[in-house]
Design a protein around this ligand. Structure first.
Ligand SMILES: [Zn+2]
Ligand SMILES: [Zn+2]
Length: 305
């Protein structure tokens, strides 16, 4: 199923870069205006070694620019334009955490305190189509079919998958699991994407994703335990089940799509995929995050905490 694979490709690259909770915490602090190593360390509680590694990865990727201060002694990490454009995905991650991760009280608190300065209202992020300004539901996305690159994509995902460290599932109990725990490996994203495009049955997942059945069972179980999927019986003898997204699962959609778009536009600097269409307006799919009150796109300098 090339649709799922095309969606996943760019997303996996984004998750490799920002896909862990430490990196998300660092970015969040950077959006609040934090620039110094010590500040990052105090505000996030990350160990020195981990913080050093994450900051250097983000600097190498061009998300931060490292600047020497006037005294020359200390370095400041400034968000680059590339980094600032991650604001949308980070706001959506925060919004999802505030809504679904009960133990993340800080997400709720932070989200509740963000003000969109141009309109003076509390910033409630909303994702709409960049062409027609309507909210985009995943059932309103159409694919103009093409088999091109199908084999390439399958093999590249498989190759990268074998290199990807499986993030530990044991650390994440259902109440504590954050967004990244749930989607931070390629198979989980593939399954999620297949769900967005109406795949419901075990055999169909296997056929479309070419996923080993043991891995599929394990990921489906994990996603059910974390309230992302529901399982229901559609046939009794022999028993057969189908899987559907819960509201919690459905609400991951804007985040994954906006992150994917960031990777595609900013990191890879590729032209948007013209085969993906928003059916409401017939234009190529492009997401835009706006303030629900005034409809404008917030920039880093437009928000205060
Ligand atoms: Zn549209
Ligand atoms: Zn506003």
């Amino acid at each position: 199923m090339q649709h799922t694979l095309i969606l996943n490709e760019a997303l996996a690259e984004g998750l490799d870069l920002i896909g862990d909770k430490w990196t998300l915490s660092i970015l969040r602090e950077a959006f609040y205006g934090c620039t110094r190593f010590e500040e990052f360390r105090q505000n996030t509680g990350i160990s020195k070694a981990t913080l050093t590694r994450r900051l250097s990865t983000l600097t190498d990727a061009g998300v931060f620019r490292k600047q020497t201060t006037q005294t020359g002694a200390r370095k400041a990490y400034q968000l680059s334009r590339k980094g600032a454009s991650l604001l949308d995905a980070s706001l959506l991650a925060l919004q999802w955490e505030a809504q679904w991760n009960q133990t993340n009280t800080k997400a709720k608190q932070v989200l509740g305190s963000i003000v969109h300065k141009p309109c003076g209202k509390h910033l409630k992020p909303k994702v709409v189509c960049a062409h027609c300004d309507e909210p985009i539901h995943y059932s309103h996305i159409k694919w103009l079919d093409s088999d091109a690159q199908f084999d390439d994509q399958v093999s590249s995902i498989k190759a990268s998958h074998s290199k990807t460290r499986r993030r530990s599932a044991k650390a994440a109990t259902p109440e504590k699991a954050n967004l990244i725990d749930l989607i931070a490996d390629r198979w989980s994203i593939l399954i999620l994407m297949a769900c967005f495009f109406d795949t419901t049955r075990f055999d169909t997942f296997i056929k479309q994703l070419n996923i080993p059945s043991s891995i599929l069972s394990e990921r489906l179980r994990f996603m059910r335990e974390h309230g992302i999927l529901l399982k229901s019986e559609y046939q009794q003898s022999p028993p057969r089940f189908e899987y559907g997204l819960t509201d919690k699962g459905k609400s991951v959609f804007p985040f994954v799509m906006v992150l994917r778009q960031w990777v595609n536009d900013v990191m890879l600097q590729q032209a948007p995929n013209q085969r993906l269409i928003h059916t409401d307006c017939g234009q190529a799919l492009k997401f835009k995050l706006v303030c629900s009150s005034c409809g404008e796109q917030p920039g880093v300098g437009d928000i205060s905490f």
